[in-house]
Ligand binder design. Structure first.
Ligand code: NAP
Length: 281
């Protein structure tokens, strides 16, 4: 990865932070986008110290907001000549329905719109690098749910976990459609399940859920180091350089749910997302 330009979102904690450390230690020229400037600065210094490499570039953006995504993508493209790897990692679970300043339901906004729009805006730079890779962190949580394409933001009915499952299904549908649209461009797009990881995932929620998630993570979850393995694999391994449109877990390809294989659903989701984001494309 020596000198390769890698952009990763949400690398101030959890799986993203370890992924960033691994890539930096392999010599990548790393750029991190996250929302908290103080935490970003601290993590960048920490990563440089841990790897004895130059500190990553940092950019601040609330990735649930389309205007922020477009702005930060412009700043990243001004700073870098091209991008070899984009890792869409920032994501979260919201137990209650929350709507952000852009009017987006947070799960859909952060977990799907963010991946879609950031990739869209960085694509010209990815196309400039030979054999660029787009890696999106999805989840096995996508099994056992179906998208409601007429209610993507849970306006008619909302359950936090169902919304999260659907957002991770969106990551797979997005990856599959993206890889089709990128045919012949030399850019690949794959997605993955990191495992159930003891990160800060879910800690943003209040009430009884927060301690319950923490206990579950203490007992059942794998370490962020283990959780980052498949992201690092998809970003670096020569054997997947030409693989695209696939879902991985434990560094191995895995079959996705029935609806995740539905090309009609994947195309409709793409069009609905484009329609929603028309002002930001
Ligand atoms: N943990 C699991 O068991 C698990 C399983 C399957 C999939 N995943 C997926 O793995 C990915 C990483 O999650 P994690 O487990 O590492 O969670 P985490 O420890 O909570 O880390 C999430 C990262 O995303 C950043 N982030 C959150 N909201 C943001 C926003 N609005 N704008 C910009 N950055 C934002 C966080 O920034 P701050 O540091 O400022 O909070 C943090 O750096 C997510 O996509 C998640 O869905 C996790």
């Amino acid at each position: 990865m020596q000198g390769k330009h890698v952009v990763i979102t949400g690398a101030t904690d959890g799986i993203g932070k370890v992924t960033a450390r691994q890539l930096l230690s392999r010599g990548a020229d790393l750029t991190i986008i996250s929302r908290n400037p103080e935490k970003l600065k601290k993590v960048a210094e920490e990563l440089a110290l841990a790897t004895q490499k130059p500190a990553p570039r940092t950019f601040v953006a609330d990735l649930s907001l389309p205007s922020e995504i477009r702005r930060v993508a412009g700043e990243v493209m001004q700073a870098l000549p091209h991008i070899h790897v984009l890792i869409n990692n920032a994501g979260a679970y919201f137990a209650e329905r929350e709507v952000n300043a852009a009017g987006l339901e947070m799960t859909f906004g952060l977990n799907h719109v963010n991946y879609f729009l950031l990739t869209h805006h960085l694509l010209p730079h990815l196309k400039k690098a030979a054999g660029a890779r787009i890696v999106s962190v999805s989840s096995d949580a996508h099994y056992g749910c179906e998208l409601d394409l007429d209610d993507l933001q849970g306006e008619k009915s909302f359950k936090g976990w169902r919304a999260y499952q659907r957002s991770k299904l969106c990551n797979i549908l997005f990856t599959r459609e993206l890889s089709e649209r990128l045919k012949g461009s030399g850019v690949s797009a794959n997605c993955l399940h990191p495992g159930f990881v003891a990160s800060k995932f879910g800690h943003n929620n209040k009430g009884w859920l927060n301690p319950l998630i923490k206990v579950g993570q203490t007992i059942f979850a794998i370490s962020p180091e283990k959780g980052a393995e498949t992201s690092v694999y998809l970003a670096t391994a020569p054997e997947v350089a030409k693989v695209t449109g696939r879902y991985f877990s434990n560094c191995r390809e895995k079959e996705v749910s029935r609806q995740a294989q539905d090309s009609q659903v994947q195309k409709r989701l793409w069009l609905e997302t484009e329609k929603l984001l028309a002002a930001y494309l």
